[in-house]
Design a protein around this ligand. Sequence first.
Ligand SMILES: [Zn+2]
Length: 475
Amino acid sequence: MKKVGLLMKEYLEILKAKIFTNKTMSWKSPKVIGGSIALMLLMGSGIVYLNSTTSAVYVVVNGEKIGLVASKNQAVEMIDQILAEKGAPWGIAAKTHDGITYSSIRIKNSEYQPLSKEELAEDISYYADGVMLTVNKEPIFVLAKAEDGEKLLKDFQEFYAQPSDKNQVTSVRFEDEVETQPVEVPLEQALSYEQALEKLKQGNLHKIEYTIQENDSWWLIARKNDMKTKEVLAGNPGTNEDTILKPGEKIILEKLEPYITVVSEGVRTETETIPFDVVTETDTSLPSGQSKVKQAGNDGQKEVQYSYVQKNDKILSQTVKDEKILKKAVDQVIAKGPQAKVTVAYSRGSGRIASGLSWPLSGRINSYYGYRGSEFHTGIDIDGDKGDPYVAAASGKVVSAGYNGNYGYAILIDHGNGIMTRYAHSSKLLVSGGQSVSKGQTIGLVGSTGRSTGSHLHFEVIINGETVNPLNSLR
Ligand SMILES: [Zn+2]
C-alpha cells in the first residue's frame, strides 16, 4: 500500500536529519532511535543490525511498492488465494494482467508491518477468460466462465421447450443468429451463469417515450403497445388508472423484450373439461314460467393432442391432432312449464349511451369483432389469466348469469336504452339474474369455460338485439 511507501520516505528523511543535524534532536525521541541504528550500521556495527532487523520482500504491482511480506513464497501463495476468492462467485479462478514482482530487503524488526491479504487484493485488477454472447452479431452480455456459454443457451432453450411425457418436442431453434465467442472480461463486468439465465428469462427493458393521443386511456395505450395496463402504470410512478391523460403530454413505456427468441415445435397432450350442455324440456305438468332441474349436469373430460409452434412462451399456432374422450359429459336437463310467449330479453332504445362503455378487463385483444375465417366473431376476446376479475362496462340489470352452451359461464346485462353487454367463458360468476350492477363493479372472474381455447373474456356489445363492434363503444 502507498502508506508503507510514505513511511519509508519519512524514515530516510529522518535518517538524513540525524546525520547532518544530530544535535537538534533529543536522544529519547523514538525517531532518533531509528536513526541511530542506521548510523550504527554506517559505522559497521553489523551484529547489532542483524539482531534487530529481518529479511522481507516488497510486493511490487505495476512498478509500485505495495507493501511487505515475509517471503516471496508467502506473497505468491497470498495472490493465489486472492485470485481464487475473487473468482469464487463466478465459479472460476480470477486472473490478472498486472505485473507483480518482488524485491528483497532487510528491515528493522520494529518497522516491519506485514501487508494484509485484503490490502493487497485492493491493488490488483482482475479479469476472467469469459465468453461473450451475441445475437445477430450484437453483444448481449459476457459470462465469466467460458464453458457456461453453451450451457446457458441449451438451458434457455429447455426453459421454453421442456420435453416430458405430455410434451413431445420435435424441434428447437433460435429465431436469430446466436453465437458465443471467447473474450477476456474485467471481472466486475462479468455475469455468472445464474445471473445470465435470469436476465434471459426476464428480457431486456426498453424505455420508450409515448405521446398521449386524443381519446387515449391507460387501457388503450396498453393495448396499442401490446402491454398490460399495470405495466404501463408501473413505468410512470405516481399514476393510477384514474390519472387523467392529457393529449400531447408524454409518458414512459417500459417494455420487456426478449433478448433471444426460442422457436419450438412439438405435440402437447392436455386433459380438458367437456362442459355439460343444458337441455330444456317442456313439461306440461309444471305451471307456466316455472322450471326445475330434472337431471343435474356433469362435466366430462377429454385428452387432446395439439401440435404447436411456439415462440418463447407464446403459442403461435395450435392445431388439434387427436382427441380422446375420457369421460362423457352428462346433460343438465331442465323441465320447464309451458311458456305463453317468448319475451324479447332486451329493451328497445336509441343505443346512444353505448359510446360510454368502459373496458371490462385490461388485456390484449386476442381476437377482434368480425369474420374469423368463415365464422363471425360476435365480440372481442380480451386476454386474461384465469381468476382475473372483470367489471361491468356500465350500470344496468343482470338479465342472466349462468352456464350458456358455447359461452360457458356467462353474464348478460341490460343497460337500458337498447344496450346490452355479454361477458363469456368465465371461471366464476359473482352476480345473479335480476341483480342491479354499477359501472366498474366486479361481476365475474376470467376463465375458459364453454367453447374456448384459453383463458380470456369474450365481450359483446348488443344494440337493439344485434351485436356491434365493441371497440366503437368503449372508452
Ligand atoms: Zn370470443
